[in-house]
Design a binder for this molecule. Structure first.
Ligand SMILES: Nc1ncnc2c1ncn2[C@@H]1O[C@H](COP(=O)(O)OP(=O)(O)OP(=O)(O)O)[C@@H](O)[C@H]1O
Ligand SMILES: [Mg+2]
Length: 331
């Protein structure tokens, strides 16, 4: 399929830099998840690649070609938006057929039917094919808009929180489907999500955006285990990494300002005392909320723990990450 290169992209809206000299390489056939808080520039990045909008400065290359001056259609990318944009007067089937009906493509109706039926089945909307697009729930509309991207054979898929309005079961099903479609077709996918499980399980690479810049790019595991900064560390992991003043624990390097402890990296049984403030049973595990020297911590423990709120546990860091005063990781 195709590699996407973003070279020094700057994009301002009313004097505010949504993207600030953003550079990133999306490898051919990769599944890249963009993470970042609201306003970090994720949607803007997708819009630049799609051609719906153009950078003020910088260049987008797809498959080694500069995209300067090319329309979205000429770029051969398929985008699934945050807001599903269906044709309201058309049925679900007609919405799904639409990208294949271009006179230029001359796709035989038999092939169109086949594709539409396959995609509808994957997305579990076969029973709604004759509905008007407006007669659907939010989650159904979202699936139709994913379907419209999937019936095509683009070089690049761009997806902006495509599973966000689906229930947990459907999200889990489609996570697996999307990942397998991508793996089978070898398509390059640039995907925005706030969902931790999606990021960890689907991504071959994660790009962490911070105020329009790339804070870190690497495998999900790399970002989880070797974050370059407090910022990157807090983007991945649910519950979030605990960040505390480094001096609370012995053994921190002299220039460490803070210590980062993933919930599973707090060992119990030995060390300093902490008070249990809340016990959350999640079924397969239990989360312990602790109060430790006036700071709140979250750790995980076995599902059937007998611990209760108010009890004292002893804790110590296991695999601590240290950060300097600027929040950058000390290695
Ligand atoms: N068309 C526009 N006009 C004005 N400002 C815009 C426009 N599009 C984006 N922005 C601004 O650019 C910045 C980045 O926006 P963007 O939509 O890329 O964020 P995002 O990371 O997708 O956030 P979210 O997670 O909320 O979707 C924000 O400050 C936003 O207000
Ligand atoms: Mg967005």
């Amino acid at each position: 399929m195709a590699e996407v290169i973003l070279k020094n992209i700057t994009k301002s809206f009313a004097g505010h830099r949504a993207l600030d000299e953003l550079s990133m390489i999306v490898p051919d056939g990769s599944f890249v998840v963009l993470l970042g808080p609201t306003g970090a520039g994720k949607t803007t990045t997708l819009r630049m690649v799609s051609g719906l909008d153009n950078p003020d400065v910088g260049e987008i290359m797809i498959g080694g070609r500069s995209m300067r001056g090319l329309t979205p259609a000429q770029r051969n990318v398929a985008m699934v938006f945050q807001q599903y944009s269906l044709y309201p007067h058309l049925s679900v089937r007609q919405n799904l057929e639409f990208p294949l009906k271009s006179p230029l493509l001359k796709t035989p109706q038999r092939i169109i039917d086949e594709k539409v039926n396959t995609v509808a089945e994957i997305l579990q909307i076969s029973h709604k094919l004759d509905n008007k697009a407006t007669a659907l729930s939010g989650g159904e509309m979202q699936r139709v808009s994913i379907g419209r991207a999937l019936v095509r054979n683009p070089q690049i898929y761009l997806m902006d929180e495509p599973l966000s309005s689906l229930d947990a079961k459907l999200r889990a099903d489609l996570r697996i489907e999307l990942k397998s479609i991508q793996a089978k077709s070898g398509a390059t996918l640039l995907y925005v999500t706030h969902d931790q499980v999606e990021a960890m399980t689907m991504a071959t690479h994660v790009g962490v955006l911070h105020e329009g810049r790339l804070a870190q790019f690497g495998s999900p595991r790399e970002i989880y285990e070797q974050p370059v900064s407090v910022y990157a560390a807090t983007r991945l992991g649910q519950p979030r990494i605990n960040v505390l003043p480094a001096e609370l624990f012995p053994g921190a390097p002299a220039n460490a300002k803070s210590i980062g402890l993933r919930p599973e990296h707090i060992a119990q049984g030995d060390g300093q005392e902490a008070t249990v403030t809340r016990v959350e049973h999640l079924g397969d595990q239990t989360r312990l909320h602790l109060s430790f020297k006036k700071h709140n911590l979250i750790t995980v423990t076995e599902a059937h723990t007998a611990l209760r709120s108010g009890e004292i546990v002893k804790i110590q860091p296991n695999k601590p990450l240290y950060f300097d005063a600027a929040g950058m990781r000390l290695v």
